[in-house]
Design a protein around this ligand. Sequence first.
Ligand code: ADP
Ligand code: ZN
Ligand code: MG
Length: 497
Amino acid sequence: MTAHAAAAREHAVVIGLEVHVQLETDTKIFCGCGTNFEDDEPNSHTCPTCLGLPGALPVLNEAAVEAGLKLATAIDADVPDETRFHRKNYYYPDLPKNFQITQYDSPLCENGALTVAIEDDEREIAIERAHLEEDPGSLQHAGGSGGIDTAEYTRVDYNRAGVPLMEIVTEPDFRGPEEVRAFLAKLTEVLEYLDVFDSSRDGSLRVDANISLVPGEDIEADGTIETEALTAANRTEVKNISSHKGAEKALAYEVTRQRNALQRDRTIEQETRHWDESRGVTVSMRSKEEEKDYRYFAEPDLPVLQVADRAEAVEIPELPDARRERFREEYGLSQAAARKLTSTRAVADFYERVADRFDPDVAASWVADTLLGELNYRDMRIGDVEDRFDGFVRLVELAETGEITEKNAEEVVLRAMLDEDLGPDDVIEREGLGATGEDEIERAVATAIDENPGAVEDYHTGEDGALNFLVGQVMGATGGSADPGTVNQLLRDELDG
Ligand code: ADP
Ligand code: ZN
Ligand code: MG
């Protein structure tokens, strides 16, 4: 290994994120235009304000502030008494006013944190600040190959202009791409628990990832890195990341690219790079802009916002970590089951409703293993079956009381319920599944004993397996619909009696 290669290896990966999340509100942040435009014509959800027409004034959407304060509470951040908006000035075709209304030196909240499970470790990622801002419009690059640098022309759609965003800025606390992925998953989970975010919405999460390699000698014994060393390290900012997986891939690419540069004794340019998802590479866009380039100044059309009282009044639901812990204690669930059953608030709510009626373990196995498995397979979510809750409860009841076998309940009835939107009793009737009559089982037991004298003898000489063999014969004869426990008991009674 060359000296350079050795040096490159000794560098630590340092990553900090600026995550933009779309806050779920009915209308945009500074006007009354609706935010549900997914299937509508471009530019059909616009007005003078979000088009930046002369004289149009912004009016702050209360719901966006509420949503932001929920997040602030969830990440345990400090909310100041007063917060204000600024204009960030730059020209770009997706920005009709030539400035973006955002927050600058007095953000909605500061000094928060999010605890993330990374492998078996718990890591606290510090959140420097989170602020409100408006989204620009969206550009569609078209013609040619449609890439940002190769398209023939570009269309602009202002439907997105003015959608409320929260920008969450972390400290450079990540030490690898996989940690970033875990953080984004956790952040998404928390935001969805708060009911302020919809991860299935197009473009609802966008990440700018800052990444540098810091020399080993600048890392303290406890793993921390001095601010001077962080500032000194040349970093790149990777834009256009729109998924957890994309973030991990883009950053893994960037780690390799920067390590290679170091090995070849090249300097890493401080620049903005674009993640090209389809090619799986980052490409240089421009040298990094600086804060002074934006000529920030206070937005004169919006008053200072007093938020302290509102922050105090904000109520948030039980968050995923707390709920997980409670599920373990209250229902005695395993770590894995508790994790699965709290993966979304809807799943957790559904589980608790089932656990209300049955043994918590029985409920856990039905919801976590059976139902979620079948839903996953069909690309469905718990929300798709919430209105069929009663049918699901009835199914569990039928299986638990032995009216149908567990196998039939899972493999026939539940599947038909999901695929054909039927109730459990209808499926049972159609498939003729009702529990096999006592007479029929008894007849099958008698037949099995008559037809298998060898197995009967083996049973009496105490050979393991003989009883199982006979149970198998009876199950086969009844088409698998008899309850194995009952069959077992009947056989013993017959053979021992
Ligand atoms: P800027 O001057 O770009 O605004 P900030 O200090 O505000 O710099 O940080 C912006 C983002 O860059 C934050 O997410 C922060 O965590 C991250 N960051 C800061 N230093 C580094 C570094 N050395 N390597 C990677 N990311 C960093
Ligand atoms: Zn508008
Ligand atoms: Mg900054």
